[in-house]
Design a protein. Structure first.
Length: 154
């Protein structure tokens, strides 16, 4: 007796995940402009919005990439997505001071010579992770649509 495997069809899941990753990317890139426009934001030090958006987009991405892998059996989207998730999470949940030096430099509180390479690395890892996640979901969407050279595997 053969068992049929039930596949979840989450049409549009990659689009949702791409939009979530894009929101993370825009938030990361626009945050310095917000700090310049409204410097009081820097003194609050609240990272809740960043952590919520990053965590939520990570869970959506994991769910969609697992469904995609179950459908097309390709590892490229999962590998790209894993790298993106690691970069985003490492930036989101590093110490609260990881981006403080960059933010202080942007607002003019400190000089550029006081910003370390580690500060720049922490500051850039989340946008790079978001771009990797968007690439993973674009690849996953292409594979799910059947536009790749091979056939879908069951």
């Amino acid at each position: 007796m053969s068992r049929r495997r039930h596949q979840i069809d989450f049409t549009g899941g990659d689009d949702v995940a791409i939009v979530m990753s894009l929101c993370c990317l825009v938030l990361c890139l626009m945050w310095p402009l917000v700090l310049v426009a409204v410097p009081i934001v820097m003194t609050s030090g609240d990272r809740t919005l960043h952590q919520f958006l990053g965590t939520f987009s990570t869970f959506v991405s994991i769910f969609v990439l697992i469904i995609g892998h179950d459908h097309h059996r390709q590892y490229a989207p999962a590998l790209l997505g894993s790298a993106g998730i690691v970069l985003m999470m490492s930036s989101l949940f590093c110490s609260a001071d990881c981006c403080t030096a960059i933010n202080a430099w942007i607002t003019g509180s400190i000089g550029l010579h006081e910003v370390t390479f580690a500060n720049w690395l922490a500051f850039s890892s989340s946008p790079c992770g978001a771009m990797l996640l968007m690439s993973a979901h674009l690849t996953n969407r292409r594979l799910m649509s059947g536009s790749h050279r091979g056939r879908r595997r069951k």
